[in-house]
Design a binder for this molecule. Structure first.
Ligand SMILES: Cc1cc2nc3c(=O)[nH]c(=O)nc-3n(C[C@H](O)[C@H](O)[C@H](O)COP(=O)(O)OP(=O)(O)OC[C@H]3O[C@@H](n4cnc5c(N)ncnc54)[C@H](O)[C@@H]3O)c2cc1C
Length: 401
């Protein structure tokens, strides 16, 4: 990954170490096994945490590595490229942690981050509700109502939640002021510990990505306090803005995983095309197939360079508000393009492998089914395009999207 870019010596060492670790641990046999059983890969999750690979951006004082986005992207890319389904599932064990890192109070960070860094617990983030996931600007059905001096009660249902059956802590977007105009100005994120009143139901029948438990999560009079508001009481009704900021960075990571998935599928296709013979020659010698491989190879290279650039801009935007628009635009472009490319590359790999491409043993069928979800999570392709349109065409033109 990122060949041709000036990685620091430390980043290069990290890249080599993750690659070696992933080759040893994220084997296709294990991935097939976890997928068949539909089981979260706990052992691998804990091993990744022990190596410090899942706490890259957690500050050192809270048990992490205190490194930046670029280093986390290196970990994501190098592990996902070895075995997309398994590595992405493991990385998702810390889903939502950026919320705590970027907005949490010292108490919230001290309570949760060291446990997450050690792999003792699993986190998640909850936005989507049965009535819709794309439009977070409406009045949310998950309500938090103040019932005492500092006490709130949460009621409602979130759906399609990654780690939904196994999470220990979640950042949950709720409606705290249903009369706010516009409604998103009345939303608040609470840091919620798993406790009685929270019920989860595994969503069965997914197209793929079976080793990641996706669930519906319902809240029935779940008590939280002012201290559980992400970033403290001053952030009451600031949840939508925190969510948008969280999603911008998260989109870059999903995109990074998507491009790594595309490259993994591309390499499988190339290897097979150079070995398999038909009509007396290797199938790579058929121009129709070769051109498709060339197309995807070119797109993968372009996408890889965009990861590097987007990461730099998103990191700068954390401290420089003037970079914010560029960061949102690039993150949305990369998410849309990277996820689409993952689907295209996996589709191509299945095609190149012919009948074998459709068989589990050859891995690309699993990757193909997995790749599609990357187009859905953290905003569908239409939602990314709406965001891009705002910057390319201007807010006035895009206001009706
Ligand atoms: C396996 C999996 C894991 C997930 N994990 C999580 C998680 O951990 N946390 C979480 O909160 N959510 C999670 N999600 C939910 C995911 O983010 C949503 O499914 C996604 O945002 C789309 O929301 P929706 O399904 O309600 O579709 P809808 O919002 O109903 O959209 C349906 C279709 O309409 C299109 N559409 C909607 N609005 C517009 C518009 N303005 N312009 C053009 N087209 C539009 C969409 O692009 C889509 O094609 C997960 C989903 C899956 C499948």
């Amino acid at each position: 990954m990122f060949t041709g870019f000036e990685l620091t010596e430390e980043q290069r060492l990290l890249q080599d170490a993750v690659r070696e670790f992933a080759k040893k641990e994220f084997t296709p046999e294990r991935s097939r096994e976890y997928e068949e059983k539909g089981e979260f890969p706990w052992e691998l999750y804990r091993k990744m945490c022990q190596q410090g690979y899942l706490s890259v951006q957690i500050p050192e004082e809270y048990g992490g590595q205190g490194l930046g986005l670029m280093e986390e992207l290196i970990v994501i890319y190098e592990s996902v490229k070895v075995e997309p389904v398994l590595a992405y599932t493991v990385w998702c064990g810390i889903f939502g942690v950026d919320y705590l890192i970027n907005f949490g109070t010292h108490e919230q960070k001290a309570k949760w981050l060291p446990k997450i860094a050690k792999g003792e617990i699993v986190s998640t983030a909850m936005f989507t509700e049965p009535a819709g996931g794309s439009d977070l600007t409406r009045v949310l059905d998950t309500r938090a109502v103040k019932v005492g001096d500092k006490v709130w009660k949460i009621n409602g249902t979130k759906t399609f939640i990654t780690n939904g059956t196994i999470f220990d802590v979640a950042c949950v977007l709720t409606q705290t002021d249903p009369n706010a105009k516009p409604p998103y100005r009345g939303q608040t994120v609470f840091v919620v510990e798993r406790k009685p009143g929270i019920d989860t139901t595994l969503i069965k029948g997914k197209m793929g990505w079976h080793c990641s438990p996706t669930a519906e999560v319902s809240f029935s009079d779940v008590e939280v306090t002012d201290d559980d508001i992400l970033g403290g009481p001053a952030n009451l009704n600031r949840g939508f803005y925190q969510a948008i900021s969280f999603l911008d960075e998260s989109r870059v990571k999903v995109a990074c995983a998507a491009v790594a998935t595309a490259e993994a599928a591309l390499e499988k296709a190339i290897q097979y095309a150079k070995e398999r013979k038909a009509f007396g020659r290797v199938i790579a010698g058929f121009q129709g197939l070769a051109y498709q491989i060339v197309d995807v190879a070119t797109k993968v290279e372009l996408a890889k360079s965009m990861i590097f650039r987007t990461a730099k801009v998103v990191e700068r935007a954390r401290h420089d508000k003037a970079m914010m628009d560029e960061a949102v635009k690039l993150a949305s472009m990369l998410k849309w393009y990277g996820a689409k490319l993952a689907v295209e590359a996996c589709d191509l790999a299945v095609e190149v492998l012919g009948g074998y491409g459709y068989i589990a043993e050859y891995d690309v069928e699993r990757w193909f089914r997995f790749a599609k979800v990357l187009e859905i999570v953290e905003g569908t392709r239409e939602i990314q395009k709406n965001a891009i349109a705002r910057y390319v065409l201007g807010r006035e033109a895009a206001q009706y999207f």
